[in-house]
Design a protein around this ligand. Structure first.
Ligand code: BG6
Length: 486
């Protein structure tokens, strides 16, 4: 029998996240035999719906989000037998005895409560679960981002959850940590002896972390217009990537060891306060534009977005890490919506050779660049200088290219599949600890305040472009440029 028999209870069972990510991930885990035969899934939402009605509706929804050809009626009917629905208003304590009855008294049974709801419901949900005896030692609670919108709000949620669930039973999810390529970054750094000696300021010129999206805010205007790119992407995904690039080797690959190292990086981030906010940060908002012949509307015309909105849909930052290994190395971070291309990449630009032996009248280009591509495809590419064939020593860049899809023929797991399985097994290595979340907010808050205090609007950029020009000036000041690799 694989794994552990458990109940997976999804709050927000009719929401976007459940339909697009959680249920498809559970479907794959079921299909591939990773769920114990006695594992049950219970979806909860306010909508009045029968089990049959919910299964029928979910079948149609979920089949769209699986990879083409992966939906099968036989697999679905086995999966649907595990799946139940309960209509419940989480804000009402009196409704929870019904949930307890449905789950039944089963001492020692693992229960995963996945809160795919708005964070303002997190505390009440935890309290109500505890009130009917469902927050026992076997219960795990999974919290989706955004966890708060500032340090005080995040700390309050953490305090409230902590009253009912001890830290080891709280799983704060950042799905970027579950991505295959992100784990490969760890394998590259700590499974090879080659790079580690070079992985420091003596040899690295600068680092770029870009998470670029082509989508706009879609149907999430309500949430996004209050959050913006800084809270939605930088506070979590980009800072987590930065931690994995910059952290020291943990002693063990287990939760506390890994999270201690990430925390040290978050605590070493140089604060960006006062006038520095103007110098080392850029925020933008997408204006109307065109991509592949399609007219794209400006952000402030999107559904549920304020017409005078000052919310940023793009952020670029120059970040410094004040520690022995990284002093003097700029880390450029950039993320945005409605950009020219969907692409997530980490680029390590190594320093140039100390003496240019082969320069012939012009500067020899300096490749020495490691490109770790996370999306849309996964690859690791090392760009080196090589001699161009023929007479004379003319150098040109060539790539050592590792494409994971070609190297490993296996199906790629979605981040949520891996992370859900980790929760079931109680492994928190790829989840954020309370102090990490709070350290990240402690660093982010002064930037948000700086933006608010300067009364400047975000810089407009055309939809379908690479973002505002100011993002280029930010890196050009130190003689760098964003690498738009293809
Ligand atoms: C989510 C953000 O956390 O990540 C979204 O809320 C964003 O705004 C998404 O689109 C990006 O995730 P991925 O896996 O598609 O890169």
């Amino acid at each position: 029998q694989p794994g552990i028999a458990c109940d997976i209870v999804v709050f927000g069972g009719t929401g976007d996240l459940a339909l697009r990510k959680l249920l498809p991930a559970l479907y794959y885990l079921h299909r591939e035999g990773h769920l114990h035969a006695d594992t049950r899934i219970l979806a909860l939402a306010r909508r009045n719906e029968s089990n049959q009605g919910y299964r029928h509706w979910v079948r149609r929804q979920v089949s769209q989000y699986l990879a083409p050809g992966d939906f099968s009626d036989t697999v679905w009917s086995g999966f649907a037998e595990r799946l139940d629905y309960l209509s419940l208003d989480v804000s009402q304590r009196v409704e929870f005895p019904r949930l307890a009855r449905q789950l039944g008294q089963q001492p020692g049974r693992v229960r995963v409560f996945y809160l795919a709801t708005l964070p303002n419901l997190f505390a009440a949900t935890a309290r109500h679960l505890a009130s009917v005896g469902l927050a026992d030692e076997q219960a795990r609670i999974v919290l989706e981002k955004p966890l708060g919108e500032s340090l005080p709000t995040a700390a309050r949620i953490n305090d409230e959850i902590g009253e009912y669930f001890s830290e080891s039973r709280v799983f704060r999810i950042d799905h970027y940590l579950g991505k295959e390529a992100v784990q490969n970054l760890l394998a590259l750094r700590f499974g090879n002896a080659l790079f580690e000696p070079l992985w420091r300021n003596a040899h690295i010129e600068h680092v770029q972390i870009s998470v670029l999206e082509t989508v706009g805010v879609e149907n999430r205007g309500d949430y996004y217009d209050r959050a913006g790119a800084m809270r939605d992407m930088v506070q979590n995904h980009l800072l987590q990537l930065l931690c994995l690039v910059a952290m020291e080797a943990p002693v063990h690959f287990e939760p506390e060891a890994v999270r201690n190292e990430k925390l040290k990086i978050l605590e070493a981030l140089r604060p960006i306060t006062g006038m520095d906010v103007q110098d080392v940060t850029v925020r933008g908002q997408y204006a109307a534009g065109k991509r592949a012949g399609e007219e794209l509307p400006a952000y402030y015309f999107e559904k549920s977005v304020d017409h005078d909105s000052n919310t940023e849909t793009f952020v670029a930052l120059k970040v410094e890490i004040d520690n022995w290994r990284w002093a003097g190395v700029p880390f450029y971070l950039r993320t945005g919506k409605r950009l020219a291309q969907r692409k997530s990449e980490i680029i390590i630009q190594f320093k140039s050779v100390p003496h240019r032996l082969f320069a012939q009248g012009h500067e020899t280009p300096t490749e020495n660049r490691l490109v770790i591509r996370l999306q849309p495809d996964e690859s690791i590419r090392l760009s080196l200088m090589a001699k161009s064939p023929g007479r004379g020593m003319t150098l040109q860049p060539v790539d050592l290219d590792l494409n994971f899809a070609k190297a490993f023929k296996k199906r790629r797991w979605d981040a949520y599949e891996r992370l859900l399985l980790d929760v079931i097994q109680g492994d928190a290595t790829l989840f954020m600890r309370r102090d990490e979340i709070e350290a990240a907010w402690r660093w982010i808050d002064p930037i948000l305040t700086g933006w608010q205090d300067c009364y400047r609007s975000p810089k407009p950029y055309a939809s379908g472009s690479w973002g505002p020009d100011a993002a280029n000036s930010l890196v050009e000041r130190l003689g760098h440029q964003w690498f738009e690799t293809d």
